[in-house]
Design a protein around this ligand. Sequence first.
Ligand SMILES: Cc1ncc(COP(=O)(O)OP(=O)(O)O)c(N)n1
Ligand SMILES: Cc1ncsc1CCOP(=O)(O)O
Ligand SMILES: [Mg+2]
Length: 210
Amino acid sequence: MTPLDPRLYLVLDPVHGPADPLAVVHAAVEGGVTAVQVRAPAATGRALFDATRAVVAALAGTGVAVIVDDRLDVALAAGADGVHLGRHDVPPAQARRIAGSGLSIGWSVTGPGDLRAADPAVVDLLGIGPVFATATKPDAAPATGLDGLRTLADGARALGVPSVAIGGIDAGNAGDVLAAGVDGLAVSSAIAAAPDPGAAARALRAAPLG
Ligand SMILES: Cc1ncc(COP(=O)(O)OP(=O)(O)O)c(N)n1
Ligand SMILES: Cc1ncsc1CCOP(=O)(O)O
Ligand SMILES: [Mg+2]
């Protein structure tokens, strides 16, 4: 299993997203992306499996972890490095029981209740957000803003679990987001919909702390 380096975490829909998702993945990794999540909320299980297999093959040997959103079964079947779970998915403790220690397990934090539900003995990463408004997830919880993010990031640190911020993050706000105390940035449209995904990733990695 490749460990998840949270510094710049690309969330990509290879099924209904960019025309050439593997080209985006390669360019983004070249630009400094450290982890890739396959998130395809409208895809069938089979399409998600096929897409994940392709991303796993594309990133073999690079040290970049591949994570599957929502679906523990697909993550295991496709040989991914992890799964990202939220409150509508299999509970993390059950996922850990099935997967053992060989899978990274992420957990979504939209507010204090999700933080209280996070067991540091079970989850490896917290995804906090949305921080700002986002068109990528129409059913997202209300935005935390930077102050809300700071509070939740403090809570993650107190738990001893690394965290990333997600939702509406781009090179213009990345420094302020990192200054709120998270370990990394999770980004979809700012990279996947950019005309030059590699340059977009480089700009995010270069963002000075706000
Ligand atoms: C890193 C990361 N953080 C949060 C989310 C959101 O997950 P969730 O709340 O389960 O919503 P969906 O992504 O499933 O629509 C995430 N995917 N990744
Ligand atoms: C999956 C997800 N969860 C909370 S916000 C979000 C979407 C992030 O996408 P973008 O970086 O385009 O705002
Ligand atoms: Mg999910």
